[in-house]
Every structure is written in structure tokens, then in C-alpha cells.
Design a protein around this ligand. Sequence first.
Ligand code: GAP
Length: 478
Amino acid sequence: MRFTNFTNSVNPVFVTAPNIDTIVSLAKRRGFVFPSSEIYGGLGSAWDYGPLGVELCNNVKQAWWRWLVYERDDIEGIDSSIILNRLVWKYSGHEATFNDWLVDCRKCKGRFRADKIVDNKCSSCGASDWTEARPFNTMLQTKLGAVADDDPTALAYLRPETAQGIFVNFLNVQTTMRRKLPFGVAQVGKSFRNEVTPGNFILRTREFEQMEMEYFVSPDAEHSKLVDYWVEQYLEWFSSLGLNRENLYLYEVPQDELAHYSKRTVDIMYRYFPEREKPWEELMGIAWRTDYDLSIHSKNRLDAEGKRFNPDSTDDLSYFDEASKQRFYPHVIEPAAGVNRTVLAVLMDAYSEKTNDKGETRVILKLSPQLAPIKAAILPLAKNKPEIVGMAKAIKRSLQPVLRAVYDDTGGIGKLYARQDEIGTPFCVTVDHQSLEDEAVTVRNRDTWEQERVKVSDLAEHLQKRLKPYPVVTPEVS
Ligand code: GAP
């Protein structure tokens, strides 16, 4: 496996948005993402996905689900609760260790994550006078039921990772689906973390969505090779979403930075900050979680003194291997990706600008067709001609069972094209006077601005062929 050396040099050869702010402004202007609760001054770090944003998120999640659960033979899907029994978080280690280390600036009283302080200086006031670092558990707490405020038995957590819902269901999935190792379980859903310093738009928020997959393998498997395998798989998948390989970078997490459950983690970083000296931030991580999770949730695991490690669990999450007649706790390789970070990377990579014949610069969002919120916009050339309008609306209705199509007559054709380019619609279909005669329409390509004439009867097939996802090569796990 080739690891790109970490470099601070910033000369992206490949065009992306120049910075996140460009995407924040486009996202708000065009209905992808709005600041949450804005009429009450917003809520730092919370964002709402608008009509186009929800489509983009859904398309990312569907592409991921299709790729892993439908197109492979070795992965099942589940959807577990967000609120789990508190004991899950006790035994997973999150109650004790899911901490950020906090320091306060003694001068301005600002509170910061110790690991994010640059050059020992307070980013608010410039002072270097800090309190001792102390742990802050970042699981978001809630109370269940109509209980007294101080009743400790009512405490529950909103899950900080979707993974634990998979571990506690390992046997349910394995036995009901009659699975043999190796196999994986995928889950997509919301996770919550009381981040100390959320920010950078949808990159770090307190409520976010994860796409996690736990791949269960034998204790004798080549775990490190499997980490490499899944890194390669995800690089391919991100390419299929349109991300440029040059904007991705692999980071081998050093031993002293590994999570409490991991023996090896490789992060796939994305160039979220092309304008900065340090442009990279984590897009996802691929971890070898060993047999940590399945064993700590099991009633039969013993501690060093031979006592039950987990006296609360009622089951044993071990696996009996028919071939070797051995019982063991499977090891886990976990690719854990963020929906929101994938969406942000996809938007940044898709951003481009193009100048037309009149010297006007237009934004074109070159989203992969499978991710585009709208696949085809049906536009009447003359909105005061009832026959043209009627034909355009009928075409829209005929397309909508097979692909997401919209009808728009709210401006001149140039403006309509520009709007669709800016939101990433791969095709504009224009109905003109001639269409009434020849039953054909003009199909305009977003990226090339080329136009071709297509018979209305062939239109659905013509578009569908060109909207196919880019293929991902999926070799068997060896
Ligand atoms: N189960 C392992 C796990 O949760 P993680 O690296 O903490 O690993 C996985 O999270 C992914 O979830 C990250 O790579 C990122 O894409 C996303 N993620 C984590 N915290 C996030 C946050 N506060 N806001 C947005 N996305 C986040």
C-alpha cells in the first residue's frame, strides 16, 4: 500500500472549492444546508439540510448501502436504537474513556481542547496561561422517563457511534441470517458527541450521521492486510462518488493516538482546507478493533484474576467455527465514515467555475450523476405558450417514476440553465416550438454544455443510461 507522505505544501493541482466558506454560501443560497434555528440566532454547530441537501445526503447513503449491502455477498444491514442500555457504554469503555482533554485560558476564560492548541497560544486572546488539562466526557446525556432530575438510574446516552448497536446484535444477525465468518454488518444513522469545539460548517457538529460497517473475521486472519484491503475499497468508492484521489491522503494513526479498542487505524483524510498550510482533516477511519468489543460484552470473558469481566451481560458473543471446531471471539475490521463529511468533500470536489462566451463566470457543481439531487430539469422555452408548457409538464410526469425530475419556468432559459448548473443537475431538457412538431427535445449536458436532440419516446432510456453510477471494483476478501 502506498502512503502519501504528509506534506504541508498547498498547491492543489486539482480544482476544488477554494475554501469551505464558498460551499457554505452556495449551500445556503441554493437550498442544500441552512444554519439551524436561524430565526433565534442559530445554535452553534447545528445545520439543517434543505430540499437539495436531503436528496444529496440520501443519495450518498443509498450509494453506500447499495455498494456494501446489495452488491457484495458478505454484508448484512441493521438499524439499531440510538438510545441503548447504559451498560453498553459502561462495558464498551466509553463512560470511562470517551473524553476530550480540556484546558481553560486563565486570561480570557475561553475553554479549548488541549490537543487543538497551536503554539501554546490562546486563539481568542493570544495568552499562554493555561489551567491543568482535565477530561471531559463527550457523550451526550439525557434522562429517560418522568423521573426526578437527580435520579441516577434514569441517565442514558445518545450513542456516540453506531458501532455498539452492531456489536450487541452480533449473534442476532449471525444466527438469523445463518452467516459464517468472514461477514460484515452495516449501519447508517445519527450519532451524537458533545464536541468541545464544533465548527467548520458540517465537518464537526454535535449531531451527525455515520456509515459504519463492522467486518467480523477469525482471530487468525491477516488483520493488518484487511485494514489495507478496506482502505483500498473505500478509496475506490470515494472515486466512484467523484472525489479526486489527489485530494485524499492516508494517515497511519500513531500507536499513542489510537482509540482504546484499536490495534491499528488508518484515517482517510480529505483536503478540506486547500487555502491552509495544514489542509487535511479526517474523512473516515479504518480500524482493527481486535476482539475487544465482542469479548467485553460477553458474560463468559474472564479477567486476569479469573473473575467474570462482565457480570451484567446475559449472553456470550463468541462464535463456533465448524471447520476448526473452535469457539472464539471474532476480530473486527471497522470502516467508519461520516455522511456529513462525505457530503462536504463531495460538494468541495464538485465545485467548479466556467466562463461563457459573454465572459460571465458560472458555478458548475459537477456532482457524480448518482449523487445529483435532481437528475433532469424540464424547461419550457416559452412559458406563455400553453402547448409547450403542457408538453414540458407531461414529460416531467412521465419521467418522475424512474428518476428525480423537476419542472421550472421561473426565468429565461439562460437563467434556468445557470441555476441547474449551480445545483449539479446533470441534464436540462428543453421543450421548444419545434418539439410540438417533431416530438423531440433538446438535452443539454451540464459539464460540456453540449446539446443533442432526443425523441421524447427515447428520453427516459437516454437519461437513465447516462446516469449510471461509476462502477466500483469489488474483489473478494482473501
Ligand atoms: N466507530 C468508530 C468511530 O466512531 P470516529 O473516527 O470517531 O470512529 C468515524 O468517527 C467518522 O464519523 C469520522 O471519520 C467522521 O467522518 C465522522 N464524525 C465523527 N465525529 C464527527 C463530528 N463531530 N461531526 C461530524 N462527523 C463526525
